[in-house]
Design a protein around this ligand. Structure first.
Ligand SMILES: CC(C)(COP(=O)(O)OP(=O)(O)OC[C@H]1O[C@@H](n2cnc3c(N)ncnc32)[C@H](O)[C@@H]1OP(=O)(O)O)[C@@H](O)C(=O)NCCC(=O)NCCS
Length: 278
């Protein structure tokens, strides 16, 4: 299909927030204004079309560790199949490349159709699970205090592959009572409210057993719908979720441009922060 060349790509400002939220809601995504704001403050949101009501978006978030995240690749349904998604993705790749960063992302099956031809390779598989909160906080974990953020940031950096303490601070501020750590500091979990559901993640742990306790704690503090993105290798955690009535909603593939080797340490990465953040 021939690409649409008439529309240029611009860097959007927070004045586009309503239009951005309309695009993510149209796709059935969970992001809130606070989620979009992460990209306006810490990265760049590119848009095609009206500066307040874009037809397409794509965002970049630079991380340390030699890579950056590509997010919010969205095209309004009537404009799909005209090359807008590919064009905005190429702009995101260019923006991260200019900073010497390898573009990485969590791809939906629809997104993979445009990422793979450009050279993105799969690093690991994830599944989005949906269910309900409930239960009691188990022994072995305690609330993560704001003064202990460095404990979580160190564990996250080892698992994810980049130091992102400022982002975790933002997530912790939004976590209300849904942030826990293990006594040893090897594991932690955060959660934040979204448009439709509480998003649990990141959840970093030394073992699946440790992760199971952190998951129970986060779920105990959730009193409504919950979404989380679990790495596919963790079959015991998947069984725990099924036993709680959770169902798999959609697959994601973590991909990076010309790089199949994962960043960080996937043996510690249980649940990601969300496909938009990695
Ligand atoms: C994924 C998405 C951004 C693609 O945007 P788009 O503007 O339609 O993409 P393009 O027009 O550049 O598509 C490139 C090619 O993939 C094809 N394609 C795109 N989406 C497809 C889909 N869902 N199923 C089958 N083919 C698809 C297009 O036909 C085109 O093929 P061609 O150029 O060889 O004819 C858009 O479908 C979308 O917003 N989806 C919902 C949100 C989402 O999943 N985003 C990705 C997050 S990782």
């Amino acid at each position: 299909m021939a690409p649409t060349d008439a529309l240029s790509i611009t860097a959007l400002t927070p004045a586009a927030m309503e239009g951005c939220l309309a695009l993510s809601a149209e796709a059935g995504w969970n992001q809130s204004a606070a989620d979009w704001d992460v990209f306006f403050r810490g990265g760049t949101v590119f848009g095609i079309g009206d500066a307040h009501r874009p037809d397409a978006t794509g965002a970049v978030l630079p991380y340390s560790g030699g890579f950056g995240w590509v997010s919010m690749v969205l095209v309004t349904a009537p404009q799909r199949g005209k090359g807008l998604g590919t064009r905005i993705l190429c702009r995101c790749i260019e923006a991260l490349g200019a900073q010497g960063l390898c573009p990485a992302l969590d791809a939906t099956p629809a997104g993979e159709r445009i990422y793979r031809p450009l050279g993105f390779r799969t690093q690991l598989g994830l599944t989005r699970w949906r269910g309900m909160g409930g239960g009691a906080v188990p022994a072995g974990v305690r609330p993560l205090a704001p003064t202990e953020l460095s404990v979580a940031a160190a564990a996250d950096a080892a698992a994810f592959g980049a130091e992102r303490g400022a982002l975790l601070r933002d997530l912790l501020d939004r976590a209300r009572a849904q942030a826990f750590r293990t006594a040893e500091g090897t594991g932690f979990v955060l959660a934040r409210p979204g448009r439709q559901a509480l998003q649990i993640g990141p959840l970093v742990a030394e073992s699946e057993t440790e992760a199971a306790t952190l998951l129970d704690a986060a779920l105990a503090r959730a009193d409504g719908p919950v979404l989380l993105d679990l790495a596919d290798r963790w079959t015991a955690l998947a069984a725990q979720l099924r036993a709680r009535g959770f169902t798999p909603e959609r697959p994601f593939n973590r991909m990076a441009l010309n790089r199949a080797e994962p960043f960080g340490n996937p043996a510690r990465l249980m649940m990601v922060a969300g496909p938009e953040l990695g």
